[in-house]
Design a protein around this ligand. Structure first.
Ligand code: GLC
Length: 507
């Protein structure tokens, strides 16, 4: 058993990290969980590709290694390694960035603006190359720090557990975290064998996939078959992905690994998401204040949001916020189907979202029809996001599936009441209003609907609007939610347990 403190060296391997290179919730987790682990005395570092979009003025980079040779496609590519730190932490977490102009360092995280994991060759090359770099750099002593646990996140680095298994004698362990099962990274196998200079026969777990050489090689499937341990980002989603409905075709592979699969709920960075200190807000507020003062300041944020979104400035009109990737998963078809009915209600909606252009087009049409009640903002804007969390009364997440969801947690911390569908992490973090508030522990309260139907969502919103009128009850919900602990502290301890379990695993 390896238990000495110095032995817990964990490398987070991922495609995104907030705030340096962020597209979705994955980045938020990679940018926050390591800080909490560091407090538990884990020696943790992060590695990502050095993308072209990274703002070097904001995040000063120091070159720590040059011209490291990486075998790829029967030739050698050269990479440089840079180092920076996650901002605003006392216990700073180091981030390594791998530079290579040909494969890693041009443009954004994804080549196609509205898609992550599109199956395109340039994307495949980027992330398989990155995976190969990680193996070369961290297993072959190219820098002065070697992890004994590779904590791999999502499809981008799905081939890493296998490559590590092939190269080591089991001294290095792997944990694979599934943030979103819908993205799997499926590519032509022959191409990947060429890139990695591997023969099909070297790849033991290939025999576990369907015997069809033309079938794509699936990065997430390979991770499931090869990682020492697997987890996902909520206990409910960990159960759901074992079923056909949510298993995205990999439920049978997952069932084989059931004993090594767990669910750990995500937290949020409560230092960054703090309405008391958030410099993006018009007026700060928090539980340290009197209730009256808190509500008054929150209302000022609402009026300000109405103003900047060109909506009628009126505290009495309930305001619903939506912040999400524009993706089918997030339930936009329900919103679009019920939109006309929604617009008949006394409410305003502010949306901040980017992604799928087809959904954007439909929402734009609705926006043109109802400019006074519906504000559409198609972009990533961290400042506006926090202004919406603070200025809204309710926060809508009608997801079809939701591995964890971070928006509902942030909303509750800002005293904004969630309206969510009962799925995945939303089930684990939001209890329906019907329950007795005093019995709810470690969870928030909101309006929860079960079936994925526009009618059900609409009913839940109507219940929300009705409850909003009962100021006394509404205040109770706000304060209950603001008091909950959604920090990473508890979940980081659970990750620590997984690391301990990994280091005890005997081969
Ligand atoms: C993905 C999931 C989301 C989760 C996030 C971080 O974006 O869709 O539910 O919270 O990853 O784990």
């Amino acid at each position: 058993m390896i238990s000495a403190k110095s032995k817990k060296k964990v490398l987070f391997v991922a495609g995104e990290v907030a705030p340096i290179a962020k597209v979705g919730g994955l980045a938020d987790v990679i940018g926050a969980l390591p800080k909490a682990l560091k407090k538990l005395e884990v020696d943790v570092k992060i590695v990502i590709p050095k993308y072209g979009i990274i703002d070097e003025k904001k995040y000063p980079l120091k070159k720590i290694a040059s011209e490291i040779k990486i075998p790829f496609y029967n030739q050698e590519e050269l990479v440089n390694i840079y180092s920076t730190f996650l901002p605003e932490t006392q216990n700073q977490v180091e981030v390594y960035l791998v530079e290579n102009l040909k494969y890693l360092s041009q443009g954004n995280v994804y080549f196609i603006a509205d898609a992550s994991s599109s199956g395109e060759i340039n994307e495949c090359q980027r992330f398989v190359f990155f995976t190969k770099c990680v193996v070369e750099i961290f297993l072959n002593n190219k820098i002065n720090w070697q992890p004994n646990i590779f904590h791999c996140h999502d499809w981008h680095v799905g081939f890493l557990p296998l490559l590590i298994k092939m190269q080591t004698k089991g001294n290095q362990k792997t944990l694979f975290t599934i943030h979103n099962f819908a993205y799997q990274g499926k590519y032509n196998p022959q191409e990947i064998f060429k890139m990695l200079n591997l023969k099909e026969i070297d790849w033991q777990t290939l025999k576990e996939r369907t015997k069809n050489q033309f079938e794509d090689l699936n990065a997430v499937q390979q991770a499931i078959l090869n990682a020492d341990l697997i987890n996902t980002v909520s206990p409910t989603y960990a159960q759901e992905i074992l079923t056909k409905e949510f298993g995205e075709g990999l439920e049978n592979d997952l069932k084989k690994r059931k004993n090594n699969l767990s669910g750990i709920i995500n937290g949020i960075d409560t230092t960054f998401f703090n309405p008391m200190t958030d410099s993006n807000l018009k007026k700060n507020y928090g539980l340290e204040m009197t209730n009256k003062e808190l509500l008054k300041n929150k209302e000022e944020n609402k009026n300000y949001l109405q103003k900047i979104c060109n909506l009628k400035i009126n505290s009495k009109i309930p305001l619903i916020g939506i912040i999400s990737r524009l993706a089918e998963q997030k339930g936009f078809d329900l919103i679009i189907t019920s939109f006309e009915k929604l617009m008949k209600l006394n409410l305003q909606i502010v949306l901040l979202s980017a992604g799928d252009l087809k959904i954007e087009k439909k929402l734009t049409e609705l926006n043109l029809k109802y400019p006074n009640k519906f504000s559409c903002n198609f972009k990533f804007d961290a400042k506006l996001a926090n202004q919406i969390y603070a200025g809204s009364d309710m926060f809508l997440m009608p997801s079809h599936f939701e591995p964890c969801g971070l928006g509902q947690l942030i909303a509750m911390r800002y005293g904004t009441v969630p309206i969510v569908r009962k799925t995945g992490g939303l089930t684990d973090t939001v209890k329906n209003i019907k329950c007795q508030i005093s019995n709810v522990k470690y969870q928030g309260i909101g309006f929860v609907f079960e079936k994925y139907e526009a009618k059900e969502m609409l009913n839940s919103i109507k219940k929300g609007l009705k409850a909003y009128k009962d100021k006394k009850e509404w205040k109770k919900i706000i304060f209950h939610n603001m008091k909950q602990d959604f920090s990473w502290e508890t979940s980081a301890k659970k990750y620590l347990k997984l690391y301990q379990k990994l280091l005890k695993i005997q081969d």
